[in-house]
Design a protein around this ligand. Sequence first.
Ligand code: CIR
Length: 264
Amino acid sequence: MNSDRSFTFSHALCRRPAKSVCSGLRAEDHGDPDHDQFMAHHQLYVNALQAAQCEVIVLDALEAYPDSVFIEDAALCLGNTAIALRPGATSRFGESAALLPTLQKTFKSVISLPGEGYVDGGDILVTDNEVLIGLSSRTNEAGYNALSDVVSGLGYIARKILTPTEILHFKTDCGLLDSGTVFATQALAATGCFNDYRVITAPAGEEAAANLIRVNDYVMMSDGYPKTREMLESDGYQVACLPNSEAAKIDGGLSCMSLRFKLI
Ligand code: CIR
């Protein structure tokens, strides 16, 4: 096992929110995101990644794809290899192809997900030796099988998770805190999918804090969840809280706005 590779990163790829983000997909209507405010939040997010010692590559907005700010769904990055995925929502089909030239410029090796299955990056949690892939309305069995073969060839063990149906993406309800620890909602943890890990569960009423990311020395989480913050800080984590209200209106959390990787 390669210790710490799941949260030590040298780079991150982000994409500016398009003006069309106001028509992004959402399960329930909580109003449209405000583009100016989204841009301001996005800049703070980029700043936080830089403060965590990542070199951040910020790509131009793609007006044709309202959800393209959620760049994590279009690819999976494992060390020097990027895997261009096939996002499962019709309006997002072209996002991988749009990202491909950047992946080819940045990574030593780029693999396109074989076959015709679908996988959204938001359904993938990478730990030091496992790639947990949640089936969801965006990620299907064929996508899982194809990705499982690819990551096995890269030295990871793929594991299929049956995401509870009320959850959009597997990672909507969880995030990695360190090599052996996951933060997750009670509902997801209750499935037993993290039984091989130490699990810290989100306090009642703060489930939306679950989609956090560990980047080098920092845990980045959405602001407005004081119990979660306190819980993580008293467990010894260095926490950075970021505003995320505009992304949240269209079901976006912190993980989806970057692809994080370590080039070696
Ligand atoms: C969507 O429904 O595709 C976007 N509005 C939100 C995507 C969030 N991505 C993620 O959690 N990985």
